[in-house]
Design a protein around this ligand. Sequence first.
Ligand SMILES: [Zn+2]
Length: 586
Amino acid sequence: MAYTLSPWSLTDLYPGLNAPELEAAFTELETQVASFEKLRPQLKADMPVSSFMEVLQDSEEMTKLASKLYSFAGLAFAANTQDQAIQALLGRIQQFMAEMENRALFFSLWWKDLADASAARLMDASGDYRYYLEEMRHFKPHTLSEPEEKVVNLKNVTGVSALTTLYDAITNRYVFTLQVDGQKKELTRGQLSIYIRGADPDLRAKAYQEMYRVYSADGTILGQMYQTNTRDWRNENLMLRHFSTPIAARNLGNDIPDEAVEALLKVCQKNTGTFQRYFRLKAKQLNMPRLRRYDIYAPLAKSAKTYEFDQAVGMVLDSFTSFHPDFGKLAKRVFDANHLDSEVRKGKQDGAFCASVTPEITPYVKVNYQGKADDVATMAHELGHAIHAMLASHHTVFTFHSSLPLAETASTFGEMMLVDRLLAGEKDESVRRDMLFRQVDDAYATIMRQAYFALFEQKAHEMVAQNASVDEISAAYMENLQSQFGDSLELSDEFKWEWVSIPHIYHTPFYVYAYAFGQLLVFSLYQQYKAEGEAFKPRYVKILSAGGSQAPASILAEAGIDIRSEAFWQGGFDVIGGLVDELEKM
Ligand SMILES: [Zn+2]
């Protein structure tokens, strides 16, 4: 049977928008929450282990049902963003879930407040729930009293959350004007970025200049928002919650030791030369004496090779199967269950994702397949996520999702296997070269660029505490870029405003290093795989099967990886160095 482009079917969740089963699920969840509330008096330090386990099981059932309901609306919306009935359902579910969560909140507050000895007694008997329970308690030393926490929550709504919403509101309405083929175009940032990554060098430069012209016009006010944001972060996390550094608050959320993040960022700084070498090579390919900052994502593509969907599915499944038969079978399950939405449709959301709803349900995958080598790689990436979730499906709903720093392991690894396979079967040198260049472009964007954002954030948080002005922060940003690029490319002055255009550093301070962490980890693992072949596979399967049932550092330690060691991170850079070597030889 040939695979054809198609939408997915959500009937494994609910039969349809107007199905009685869907309505019944709301009632069922409300009933579950009401009986959960009745358990509150049983929560005591000396409660029997068996009653504690019942509380956890009830909580798990509620979480599964909530996830099913929420996923149904979310997936339906992704498949059709223009349908008013779906929009209404999504709104109804968001409101309903917030109410249900508030009613069940008492459990986590009680749990964090419990004395260590009592918590240890209950955790020892909690089996696979253990890490979930442990992780909640990590925040105990940084948790305030209940009334204080309530005040923080309430004031956040109109304080720092309102400020970031305002940042979004201001920046999302920016209009960028660009002369294209003698015509004046008014563009959103998304539309502008097509020219930033486009083939025309003049337009790339003009698009960047226009972007920072618009941002810098508001530079003082956006910078002031950032200053306020970092002050709030410091006030809350250092003064009130007693974290030692601004980044430590994020590290605890990721459950990554501070020393591991330090080692990662240090190794990134040591390896700036690798990408600088790459930028010089890219300049040659583009026939430029020196690359400009405008050109780092310039496409080289000379080839316009496409793959039929059926052929692409065959390649992706083969690639997984030849690594491990189970991987192929699990990936095929997504197709057999009709859980893949592959076609491009009007109203369907752009991009790609994988959604794992509960451990029992085969994950859903969305792509917008258009036949390019990139699209085949994206399909392998998302199916990698699905395989990861299915390998961990013996865990609870709380522990089967891997934590953020490990979340991109199976996906990126799957993508690399596929690219290797495409390269091996490709005789056309120009197609091969395009693919390798794209791999290094992506590695730059996810590793070095993100690591340097994190280094900038560390610096900026300290500077704001010392009352630095917006211009002083911009100057520090420029120094950050200079140490990253050296003299490998030409950096023009408007890039000093780049930092006010990065939503991540406003929304989720220090989030960005997780990208560098995940990508370098996969490069290191991939290098181990190439060196060891079969012997590597059981170790890798074990990492994936752990899901989110242990701290990332312990999951990786069991596979012989020490994330505190600089040598480990260096291994990832050695792979990138190898790719650049290969390109230099071509
Ligand atoms: Zn991914």
